[in-house]
Design a protein around this ligand. Sequence first.
Ligand code: C2E
Ligand code: MG
Ligand code: MG
Ligand code: MG
Length: 290
Amino acid sequence: AKRAREGVQVYVPDPVTGTSGSGRLRTMEELRTALDGDELRVFLQPQMDMRDGRIVGAEALVRWEHPTRGLLSPAELLPAAEQAGLLRPLTDRVLELALEAAARWWHEREMPVSVNLSAANVTDLDLAGKVAAALHRHGLPPRALTLELVEDTLMADPERGRTVLADLRASGVRTSIDDYGTGYSSLAYLRHLPADELKLDRTLTADVDRDPRAAAIVQSTVALAHALGLSLVAEGVETLATSATLARLGCDVAQGYAIARPMPVADFLDWLVASDSGLVDCALIPQLHR
Ligand code: C2E
Ligand code: MG
Ligand code: MG
Ligand code: MG
């Protein structure tokens, strides 16, 4: 869009298309086609137990293999999905792909796959039913799935958020509070939140080995999480130094580039096998013993 402000032409590109107007409409149409067809993918990123280096989970992250523009990231595609009112069908598709992947490893290792929910899912009264049906289709028990909700989404409608989490959790699905530490939720709110895990945002984890104040926050969040019976996952772990500090501060699980980047499903399955045989180039493992 071109906006005239103070006589200056300001070009404001659309986040998805880099264009505006008809470009945006075209993207929404294309997204509808992509959802019906075979253009959405999930990439999987492993999560590692910081005590023993075991891989204990994987997060499914959506990608759009666009026919002409290549692989698009969530930052590019989620705003378009939201504008087009397609966040619910997007979650359905991601859930399907994530569970399809989990079904391929579940009989060998009972490791859950994590799927991100959006605000549109929290208002979906049928969410728990849809999730149960999807698990059933893939022959998976509820504990094969972790559903992540960001703190701010929960805070937008705390009552509803709590109910959704409670329903899912009652069905046996694991629940996770994502990007914890960036939003505005009060500590007291955690008291009533039916969750299994807290994912500490990477803005906090990234600085732990340089900033004593970040370390203090991480340490007290770990204590709080454990006192409430929650497992603590550190996200965005990029370096050995960070990971060593996070392990020392008591974080349970790490996820980040220091372990592996998100990968296509087939690559992830190979990576899992290689990591079992100690063949993965991951410098983290030997230093994990606290
Ligand atoms: P998130 O759920 O917090 O996912 C973690 C993001 O951090 C991913 O970005 C991942 O690629 C990135 N990441 C992982 N390790 C590192 C690291 O060591 N350093 C850095 N700098 N980044 C790291 P991605 O895939 O671009 O996803 C961004 C966000 O988009 C996600 O943040 C999540 O909020 C949202 N998202 C992704 N997939 C879905 C989806 O299927 N549905 C919904 N509703 N949201 C999704
Ligand atoms: Mg997440
Ligand atoms: Mg996160
Ligand atoms: Mg995040």
